[in-house]
Ligand binder design. Structure first.
Ligand code: BV8
Length: 236
């Protein structure tokens, strides 16, 4: 399908997944050698896993938080291109990311929703406070606010409700273009966003990915290749 001419006043929604951060040096989840090939998601990305072994889960996220602070982990050309798109597109760009890294912020994106939470933040299950936390957390680290040892990663685990869903669905209702980048289309509700857009029947849908995702047939247009190549080309 040819891409329709978009009026610059058309709002855009972009969804990203782990694939956009791969060329920055961060693992994906389901590619060969990915995170879920090294550790069971049931053990480290579910509330049940956290209750069973909080030290294992805290260390799983501590290690990823430490990696994110390494000097060589930087936004790549795809993150930077999306930040440019937001700055120059009059209709506005809402960037919804499944990623918990901070590479979109560091690239300059501002209109951004971390629907699965943020690696560099923790949340207190005692008082509910969400706070920046660049270092390690242990199961007995006291909350600086309420002093209870109830800090957990500010991350959405399987079976937990993703964040800012109302804001996301209202943006999907308004957009004239929905672009999905670097995601396998395996995890819901993110994998269902393209359905929500198609049901309205007015917006153009695009997938920019290394390989066809599980929802590939649902997109009107697809461009395959590494994000650091195909995303700047799309934005330019
Ligand atoms: C919810 C934590 C409802 C953070 C993640 C039974 C019980 C309960 C729920 C369910 C159930 N069955 C199904 C569900 C729903 C469940 C789900 O979808 N399960 C899956 C396994 C089927 N979803 C949930 O539980 C969600 N919550 O449904 O709540 C609810 C209702 C009422 C009340 C309460 C709750 C919560 C889902 C969030 C889980 N948390 N992560 C972390 O540790 O990071 S999910 C995890 O997967 C990450 O967040 C990740 O972002 C996300 C999606 O993965 P992708 O980003 O797509 O990464 P992946 O590796 O899969 O793919 C990478 C892609 O990139 C590939 O396509 C590859 O080709 C491409 N690529 C690679 N290199 C490049 C590239 N592309 C471009 N360039 C490259 N260089």
């Amino acid at each position: 399908m040819t891409r329709p001419i978009l009026s610059p006043e058309t709002p855009i929604v972009v969804l990203t997944g782990a694939g956009i951060s791969k060329e920055s040096g961060l693992d994906t989840f389901r590619c060969a050698g990915g995170i879920w090939s090294k550790v069971r998601l049931e053990d480290v990305a579910t509330p049940e896993g956290f209750r069973r072994d909080p030290d294992l889960v805290q260390e799983f996220y501590n290690a990823r938080r430490r990696q994110l602070s390494e000097p060589e982990i930087l936004p790549n050309a795809a993150h930077l291109a999306l930040a440019r798109l937001e700055q120059c597109w009059p209709g506005g760009v809402l960037l919804v990311t499944q990623n918990i890294d901070d590479l979109h912020e560091r690239a300059g994106s501002r209109d951004l929703v971390h629907m699965h939470g943020e690696l560099r933040k923790v949340r207190c299950d005692g008082c509910g406070t969400v706070m920046d936390w660049p270092g390690d957390v242990a199961a007995d680290t006291p909350c600086p606010r309420c002093l209870s040892p109830a800090l957990r990663p500010h991350v959405v685990w399987f079976g937990e409700m993703p964040l800012e869903m109302e804001r996301i669905y209202s943006a999907l209702d308004e957009c004239g273009l929905f672009v999905s980048i670097g995601t396998s289309g395996h995890v819901y509700p993110a994998a269902g966003f393209v359905h929500a857009v198609r049901q309205r029947g007015v917006a153009h849908t695009m997938e920019l990915n290394l390989a066809p995702s599980e929802g590939a047939s649902l997109f009107a247009e697809a461009i395959y290749g590494p994000a650091s190549e195909v995303v700047p080309e799309f934005v330019e």
